[in-house]
Ligand binder design. Structure first.
Ligand SMILES: Cc1cc2nc3c(=O)[nH]c(=O)nc-3n(C[C@H](O)[C@H](O)[C@H](O)COP(=O)(O)OP(=O)(O)OC[C@H]3O[C@@H](n4cnc5c(N)ncnc54)[C@H](O)[C@@H]3O)c2cc1C
Length: 317
């Protein structure tokens, strides 16, 4: 693909990814190739035990110096308080930069703006702005007086304060989009409204993502479309969840996990191999930013980050 440089002569992220070296070796210590930029996603805990698991995960991944860590917002705003408490504690007690997910669901614009203002006052400067989903089986209806779609939320957040804003992107097209072109137009609207990066829904077929990047670039998008990487900790749950969010689970993935139902150790090894192959293939194609859905379990993410060339940094380094 031929790409013309912007007027300042500096290639934007997608140009760089899509026109850079096609195949790169494994990262070597001291090599010119810089380790990639990472971000990690957590969910806010519901119980004391889950709280401990979350904080163990945060502390384990903290030395990898991710660019930011994000905390999800439960369906219908159900975790509003817990999301706030978690991001505020990350900001107070760690060296990490937290980002709070925020959705349009079940609230008026004023209510959403109020939540955003609370984040700004707590020192949170980065929001992952989303529409959110209706309860299972229901069709999405914007809240009367609410932000109808994520693009409207992005614009609204910019009126509240000068947030850094990330949005969602769908390499396999969002399940309720009119068609793939309409969904891409929507992504462009979100970026034009002031978001600076998109994070993708997870995917397992890497070529689908790379073709999506080509389509983004052809549509004039130059912001990074950061791949969302889902290390598979529980295949059965993954299949259920994927059916709801429109991510396809290839037959080969099922085949790999087949017969490991009572063998968690083998499952973990297979999951590590699958995710490592995926990120290496993306890295070999020039991608140098990754977002990990950690599900509050740090070990697979830690190992895969290591494979990508990222090393823990201790405070004195
Ligand atoms: C990285 C990531 C993080 C997520 N985190 C959370 C979370 O913390 N909490 C949570 O509840 N959910 C989360 N989700 C899920 C997300 O809320 C759902 O996928 C939701 O269905 C769509 O959200 P969106 O922001 O992409 O919506 P939008 O960008 O608003 O798009 C939603 C759909 O509406 C269509 N559309 C947009 N504008 C219009 C319009 N004007 N007219 C008609 N159709 C339109 C789009 O094409 C698309 O099909 C996350 C998803 C991702 C990828």
């Amino acid at each position: 693909m031929t790409v013309s440089l912007p007027s300042d002569g500096v290639p934007r992220t997608l140009d760089r990814w899509l026109t850079g070296p096609r195949v790169a070796g494994l990262p070597a210590r001291g090599a010119a190739q810089k380790p990639p930029l990472l971000s990690f996603e957590f969910f806010p805990p519901r119980t004391e035990a889950l709280e401990q698991q979350l904080w163990h995960s945060i502390r384990r991944l903290e030395p990898l110096r991710p660019r930011f860590v994000s905390v999800t917002y439960g369906a219908g705003g159900s975790t509003q308080g817990r999301t706030h408490t978690t991001v505020a504690r990350i900001a107070r007690e760690t060296a990490l930069v937290p980002a709070a997910h925020l959705t349009c669901i079940g609230a008026t614009r004023d209510e959403v703006d109020e939540v955003a203002r609370g984040y700004w006052e707590a020192g949170i400067r980065h929001i992952v702005a989303l529409r959110g989903d209706p309860p299972p089986g229901a069709v999405y209806e914007p809240h009367p007086g609410g932000y109808p779609f994520a693009a409207d939320l992005v614009a609204g957040l910019h009126r509240v304060a000068d947030f850094e804003i990330s949005v969602a992107a769908y390499p396999e097209t969002h399940p309720s989009a009119f068609n793939a072109e309409a969904d891409l137009d929507n992504l462009k609207r979100k970026l034009d409204a002031g978001a600076t990066r998109a994070i993708t829904q997870y995917f397992f077929d890497t070529s689908v993502y790379l073709r999506f990047l080509d389509r983004c670039l052809a549509a004039g998008i130059t912001a990074p479309i950061v791949p969302g990487i889902m290390p598979v900790t529980n295949f059965v749950q993954l299949v259920k969840f994927s059916a709801a969010c429109g991510a396809s689970v290839p037959a080969w993935l099922g085949h790999l996990f087949d017969g490991t139902e009572n063998d968690p150790e083998t499952r973990r090894m297979i999951a590590a191999a699958v995710a490592a192959e995926q990120v290496r293939l993306l890295q070999a194609n020039g991608v140098d930013e990754f977002h990990f859905y950690t599900l509050n379990r740090p070990d697979l993410t830690y190992a895969i980050a290591h494979i990508l060339g990222v090393r823990a940094v201790t405070p004195q380094e």
